[in-house]
Design a binder for this molecule. Structure first.
Ligand code: ZN
Length: 302
C-alpha cells in the first residue's frame, strides 16, 4: 500500500492507494495555521489513521509547495511560510519511524499524470500547472526527474518568450525578476491583463465565462493568454520534445484553452510540424496527492 499526503496551505489531504493505483481511503483535514508542530502531528495522524483503518503498513510520500534545498535539506520557496527553513522530511521520518519521500507539488502532479493519468502511455511527460502559480514537472519512463538543483521543469520563472513591446519588461514577479511566464499565465496574471485592458476586475473563471458569451474584451484577453501559453510551451518543446504535455491547475479546466493551441505552438517551434498531445489532467485536484503516493515505486513496499 502507498500513502500519499498533499500538504497545502489550507488543507492536508491523504490518499491510500493499492499497488495497482486503486484508491482505498481518502481523508482531508484543515492545515493547522502557522503551527509547524501541529502540521507534523496532523500528517502523522492521517498516516496512522489509514494504517489502522486498512490494517496494513504503507510507504509515505508527501507533496508540498516549495522544494527541499539541496544545500540544507530544509524546505525553501513554500507559500506555506511556516514550513520554510524547517527539516520537514527529517522530522516526519522520525515521527513516523520510516523514511518518507517529499516532493514539490507540481512534480507530484506530473508523476501522477504520467504513471496512471492522462499521459500514462507516454515516455517523456512535461506536466504543467496553470493556477495560482505556474510550475511544472518532468517525468521520463515513469521516473520523476528532479534535476541537480531540484528545479527541473520550473519553467514558470523563465521570461515570456518572444515578448512584444507591450509585454516588456512585464509585471514584477515575487521571485525578484520581471516578465516571468508566471506573471502572465497564472490566474492573477490573466486577471491583471483583463484589468489593464478594461479597468475591470474579473476572476479567471469569469473571464472564461465572458469568452463563452462572446464578450469582445474577454476574447481578446483570452486570445493573448493562449498565444503566450503557446509561445511558452514552444520553448519547452524545443528543449525537451516531450511525448505528452499535461495541463493542470485551475486554468487547465477552461476548455477553450485547447482549441487551436497546437497550431499556435507550431508557429514558434523549431520544427516543420508539431503533433505533441496537449492533454487536460485526468485526476484533477487529486493529482498532487496521488503523485505523492507514487513517489515510492511499486517494489519498495515497507
Ligand atoms: Zn519569477
Amino acid at each position: 500500500m502507498r500513502i500519499g499526503v498533499d500538504l497545502g496551505g489550507t488543507k492536508i489531504e491523504m490518499i491510500a492507494l493499492r499497488d495497482d493505483g486503486a484508491p482505498l481511503l481518502r481523508r482531508r483535514v484543515p492545515t493547522p495555521a502557522k503551527d509547524y508542530l501541529g502540521i507534523l502531528d496532523a500528517v502523522a495522524d492521517l498516516v496512522i489513521f489509514a494504517e489502522q483503518e486498512l490494517a496494513q503498513k504503507g510507504t509515505v510520500g508527501v507533496a508540498t509547495p516549495g522544494a527541499i534545498s539541496p544545500k540544507t535539506g530544509f524546505i525553501k520557496n513554500s507559500n506555506s511560510i511556516v514550513l520554510n527553513g524547517k527539516p520537514l522530511n527529517r522530522d516526519l521520518s522520525i515521527k513516523l519511524g520510516r523514511p518518507i519521500r517529499l516532493e514539490n507539488d507540481a512534480n507530484c502532479f506530473a508523476l501522477s499524470e504520467a504513471v496512471d493519468g492522462a499521459a500514462a502511455q507516454a515516455g517523456i511527460v512535461f506536466g504543467v500547472i496553470l493556477g495560482t502559480g505556474v510550475g511544472g514537472g518532468l517525468v521520463v519512463n515513469r521516473q520523476l526527474i528532479t534535476g541537480r538543483n531540484k528545479i527541473a521543469g520550473e519553467w514558470g520563472h523563465n521570461p515570456l518568450p518572444w515578448a512584444g513591446e507591450n509585454e516588456r519588461p512585464g509585471p514584477r514577479c515575487y521571485c525578484g525578476k520581471s516578465g516571468c511566464i508566471e506573471t502572465f499565465l497564472s490566474g492573477a496574471g490573466l486577471a491583471r491583463d483583463y484589468h489593464t485592458r478594461t479597468g475591470l476586475d474579473l476572476s479567471a473563471r469569469d473571464i472564461a465565462l465572458s469568452v463563452t458569451a462572446r464578450d469582445h474584451n474577454a476574447t481578446e484577453c483570452f486570445d493573448a493568454y493562449k498565444n503566450r501559453l503557446a509561445r511558452s510551451l514552444a520553448t519547452a518543446i524545443n528543449v525537451l520534445d516531450p511525448d505528452a504535455i499535461v495541463l493542470g491547475g485551475g486554468l487547465s479546466n477552461l476548455t477553450q484553452l485547447y482549441d487551436e493551441l497546437l497550431g499556435l505552438i507550431a508557429i514558434h517551434s523549431f520544427s516543420d510540424s508539431i503533433d505533441t498531445p496537449i492533454m487536460r489532467a485526468q485526476h484533477g485536484d487529486s493529482s498532487g496527492v496521488r503523485g505523492a503516493a507514487w513517489l515510492w515505486p511499486a517494489i519498495s513496499a515497507v
